[in-house]
Design a binder for this molecule. Structure first.
Ligand code: AHR
Length: 314
C-alpha cells in the first residue's frame, strides 16, 4: 500500500515538475473548437485539454457548435481577453481573413489544428498541424479499387460542405477513381460528419438506388457507422454485399470491423495536443516553426482489427 502511494506521489511530482519546466506554464491559450460532431472531435478536444493541464496552461475553451460565426466571436473574445496564443480548428476553409488579421495586429500567434484555411496571406497564421486529407481519400480509393478489381458502384457520404477534409477527401478519392473507369460514384451527398445524418442520407440512397449500391465511401467513421445501421435496417449486408470504407480509425470503427460490418478505415490522428502546445511554446519563445506539420496516417482492415483495437488510444 505504502509503495502504491509512493508511486502516485512520484507521478504527481513528475507532472508538476513537467508543468513547471514547460515554457507554456502559466500562459493563457484560447482554443476555438468546431463542436462535438464525431468521436474523432471528442478525442481531439480531450488531447488538447489534457496537454494544456499537463503543462499548467490556463486553457479557455470555446465550442462553436459547428458555426463559423461562433468561432469568429470566440476568437474576438480571446483577443479582448489578451490571451498569449490561440489554437483554432476551423470548421470551413473560407472567410477567416478579417479575424486572423485582428489576431495578428494584437500580436497573438494562431496555431491551426486539424483543418486548414484558405487565405491569400499565409502570414495570418503561424502554423498548421494536420493530416493530408487528399492522401486519406486516395488511400480509401486505392483500397476499394483493389478489393473490387476496379469495378463497382459507390455512394459517397461527404463531410461538412466547405470543410477542408470534405473537399480534400473527395478530391483524393475521385483522383484515384479517374484511373478506374468502371468505378463510379452513383450518389454523393453531405452527412455533415455526424452519425445521425450519415444514417439519414444513406436511407435516402438506399431508397433511390437499392441493390445497385456495392460500396459506401464515408468521409468519416461516424457517418459510416450511421450508414451501416441504415443498410442493416434495409436488410442489406454491410461489410459483405456492400463494402464500407471510411476515415478516422476511431474505436467504434474497430468494433465494427471486428463485427464484420465495416471493411476498412484510414487513420486520421486526432491526438494533436502535444504538437499544438510544442508549437505554442516555440512561438512564445520567439522561435520559428514550420508552416505545416503533416500528421502521418495509415489504413486499417478487418483482418487485423481484433489485434489493432488493443493498442488504440481513441
Ligand atoms: O477534420 C477532421 C474531421 O472532422 C474528422 O475526420 C471528422 O470525424 C471530424 O468531424
Amino acid at each position: 500500500m505504502r509503495c502504491a502511494w509512493a508511486i502516485v506521489a512520484v507521478a504527481i511530482a513528475g507532472a508538476l515538475w513537467l508543468a513547471g519546466c514547460s515554457g507554456t506554464s502559466g500562459t493563457t491559450v484560447g482554443f476555438s473548437q468546431i463542436g462535438a460532431e464525431s468521436a474523432w472531435r471528442t478525442a481531439e478536444t480531450k488531447s488538447i485539454r489534457e496537454e494544456a493541464s499537463l503543462r499548467g496552461v490556463n486553457l479557455k475553451f470555446a465550442d462553436a457548435q459547428q458555426k463559423q460565426e461562433n468561432q469568429i466571436k470566440a476568437i474576438r473574445s480571446f483577443i479582448a481577453q489578451g490571451v498569449d496564443a490561440i489554437i483554432l480548428a476551423p470548421v470551413v476553409e473560407a472567410g477567416w481573413e478579417p479575424v486572423l488579421r485582428e489576431a495578428k495586429e494584437a500580436k497573438i500567434p494562431v496555431v491551426l489544428v486539424d483543418r486548414g484555411v484558405n487565405v491569400a496571406d499565409d502570414g495570418l497564421y503561424a502554423t498548421l498541424i494536420a493530416s493530408d486529407f487528399v492522401e486519406e481519400g486516395r488511400m480509401a480509393a486505392r483500397w476499394l479499387a483493389e478489393k473490387t478489381k476496379g469495378k463497382c458502384s459507390i455512394v459517397q457520404l461527404e463531410g461538412t460542405p466547405g470543410a477542408a477534409p470534405a473537399i480534400d477527401r473527395k478530391k483524393g478519392f475521385e483522383e484515384v477513381l479517374a484511373k478506374h473507369p468502371e468505378m463510379t460514384i452513383i450518389k454523393s451527398q453531405t452527412g455533415d460528419f455526424t452519425r445521425a445524418k450519415g444514417k439519414e442520407v444513406m436511407e435516402a440512397f438506399i431508397k433511390a438506388e437499392g441493390k445497385k449500391i456495392q460500396a459506401v465511401y464515408a468521409h468519416n467513421d461516424d457517418m459510416a457507422l450511421g450508414a451501416i445501421q441504415a443498410l442493416e435496417a434495409a436488410g442489406m449486408n454491410p461489410g459483405k454485399d456492400v463494402l464500407v470504407v471510411s476515415i478516422d480509425a476511431v474505436r467504434g470503427a474497430f468494433d465494427a470491423m471486428v463485427k464484420g460490418t465495416l471493411n476498412a478505415t484510414v487513420e486520421c490522428n486526432p491526438l494533436l495536443g502535444p504538437d499544438a502546445f510544442n508549437a505554442v511554446e516555440k512561438l512564445l519563445k520567439g522561435l520559428t516553426v514550420p508552416k505545416k506539420t503533416v500528421v502521418r496516417d495509415r489504413l486499417f482492415e478487418q483482418a487485423t482489427a481484433a489485434e489493432d483495437i488493443k493498442t488504440r488510444r481513441y
